[in-house]
Design a protein around this ligand. Structure first.
Ligand SMILES: Cc1cc2nc3c(=O)[nH]c(=O)nc-3n(C[C@H](O)[C@H](O)[C@H](O)COP(=O)(O)O)c2cc1C
Length: 346
């Protein structure tokens, strides 16, 4: 089935949910332009989620997607937290930050029963998950009110697993993609391959529609994905400079500079691999390291360093999420970008 029919949208262009870098405004702009806007909930409290959904529903009468991370909460380990703070100690000293004052905490939330209760009030057309799927019980609740369910696959095995678990469409996330890798069956980063290689293999392996993600930045990229069998695309990085995104000033400056061409996968900011522009922390401690505690516990110890550095105009300690193809980043309204991308759909 075509993505347009499946979701009730006009253009098979999904604006990727980007936790921490957007709120309802970007989703409203894209959905109202005929694409599928997404609201990421991973960094929102339950109250914050309800507020954002209220605003989204008030400003947009078209289908939209609500996105969640799906990871079992890790058991906090005092030993690993201490080791992580020890690795960061030289930076705390440099910025005169009292490490003893930093609360331990998660920094990212996962889908759970309380979030399902709130979602039930809104019954969005589409719900997407990253890092696999929630329990069968929560899946059944989401399905019962009619939402279509999506999740990312980073390997053919993950795509087959998602199809076997009743997914409506699969996002084939190539290793070029900005932000977190959606891998959930294996932590082995050597399994992660590019969109051009991954997409046709997933299209061959499953019957459900496949959405291409990773490195798609313009209409030609959209046309290429469709030529390889994609039913639509999910684009993240290209939307980061749109005025409706909440991308920080240091992040915007980095995206506009030559440094955006050098990205890497790093686990330093959250504990899971994600692609961002190589910055000081990644150069000096990683980009991939055994020091950070399990996802998402690495986040809180970095937070004061990030805040201090950003207040001084530096992105040295910020997750500057960005895919390998930043060439589509333009300071144009998200509706215009959506329409430009859709020119690749014939
Ligand atoms: C800034 C940023 C934040 C992201 N946050 C999320 C998220 O919260 N949930 C999610 O499912 N995917 C997230 N992603 C990954 C996207 O869903 C998508 O796979 C990726 O943006 C596609 O590649 P591209 O960035 O090259 O367009 C994020 C990507 C970026 C760039």
């Amino acid at each position: 089935m075509m993505l347009q029919q499946l979701f009730g949208i006009e253009l098979p262009i999904i604006q990727a949910p980007m936790a921490g870098m957007q709120d309802h405004a970007l989703a409203v702009a894209v959905s109202n332009a005929g694409g599928l806007g997404s609201l990421p909930c991973a960094t929102l409290s339950l109250d914050g989620m309800r507020k954002e959904l209220d605003l989204l529903k008030a400003k947009c009468k078209k289908p939209f997607n609500v996105n969640f991370f799906c990871v079992a909460p890790p058991a906090p380990s005092a030993e690993r937290e201490a080791a992580w703070r020890a690795a960061l100690q030289p930076y705390y000293a440099e910025y005169a930050i009292d490490a003893g004052s930093i609360p331990a905490g998660a920094g990212r939330g996962s889908f759970n029963a309380a979030a399902t209760d709130i979602l039930d009030e809104f019954k969005p057309a589409v719900v997407s998950f990253h890092f696999g799927l929630p329990s069968a019980e929560l899946m059944a609740r989401v399905r019962a009110w009619g939402s279509k369910i999506l999740s990312s696959a980073t390997t053919v095995d993950e795509a087959r697993w998602l199809e076997a678990h009743g997914i409506d469409a699969i996002i084939a996330q190539g290793v070029e993609a900005g932000g977190h890798r959606g891998n959930f069956l294996s932590d082995d980063l050597t399994t992660q391959i590019g969109t051009l290689a991954l997409l046709p293999q997933i299209v061959d392996a499953v019957k459900v529609p496949v959405i291409a993600a990773g490195g798609i930045a313009d209409a030609k990229g959209v046309a290429a994905a469709i030529a390889l069998g994609a039913a639509g695309v999910q684009v993240g990085t290209a939307y980061l400079l749109c005025p409706e995104a909440t991308t920080s000033a240091v992040h915007r400056a980095a995206l506009k500079s030559d440094s955006a061409r050098h990205t890497a996968l790093t686990n330093l900011f959250t504990g899971r691999p994600a692609r961002g522009i190589v910055n000081r922390l990644m150069r000096e401690l990683g980009p991939v390291s055994t020091a950070p505690p399990a996802f998402p516990l690495a986040t809180s110890a970095i937070a004061p360093l990030r805040a201090k550095a950003e207040s001084l105009g530096s992105g040295d300690f910020s997750p500057l999420w960005c895919g390998q193809n930043p060439s589509g980043c333009k300071e144009i309204p998200a509706a215009q970008l959506t329409r430009e991308l859709a020119l690749g759909v014939r």
